[in-house]
Write a protein that binds this ligand. Structure first.
Ligand SMILES: [Zn+2]
Ligand SMILES: [Zn+2]
Length: 89
C-alpha cells in the first residue's frame, strides 16, 4: 500500500499526483493541488509563501468573481482557476 509522503493518506491508484518538487514522488490529489496552489501564489508573489499564508490569501472565483479564502475554495491546477464553495455544486 502506497502512502502520500506529505500527509500519509493512502494513495488510491490511479488517483494520485506527481509532486512538482521532484517530478517523481507520488502524492495524493489534495497535496498535489496544494503544491500547485503554492506555485501559483509564488509566481504571483515571489517572496516565500508558507502554507499558513496560503490559508490567508484571498482569490477571485472564476464563476461569480466573489473574493474568497484560497483554502476554502477549489483550485484547479489544470487551468489555474479558483472556484468558490458556492459555485462548486
Ligand atoms: Zn497528501
Ligand atoms: Zn463563485
Amino acid at each position: 500500500m502506497v502512502k502520500c509522503p506529505l500527509c500519509t493518506n493512502v494513495l488510491i491508484e490511479p488517483r494520485y499526483s506527481i509532486s512538482r518538487r521532484d517530478n517523481k514522488t507520488k502524492i495524493c490529489p489534495e497535496c498535489g493541488e496544494l503544491e500547485a496552489l503554492e506555485d501559483f501564489l509564488k509566481a504571483q508573489n515571489p517572496r516565500n509563501v508558507s502554507e499558513n499564508e496560503l490559508a490567508d490569501t484571498y482569490v477571485n472565483c472564476c464563476d461569480c468573481e466573489d473574493t474568497f479564502l484560497a483554502s476554502e475554495g477549489l483550485y484547479d491546477s489544470s487551468d489555474g482557476r479558483f472556484t468558490c464553495v458556492s459555485c462548486l455544486d
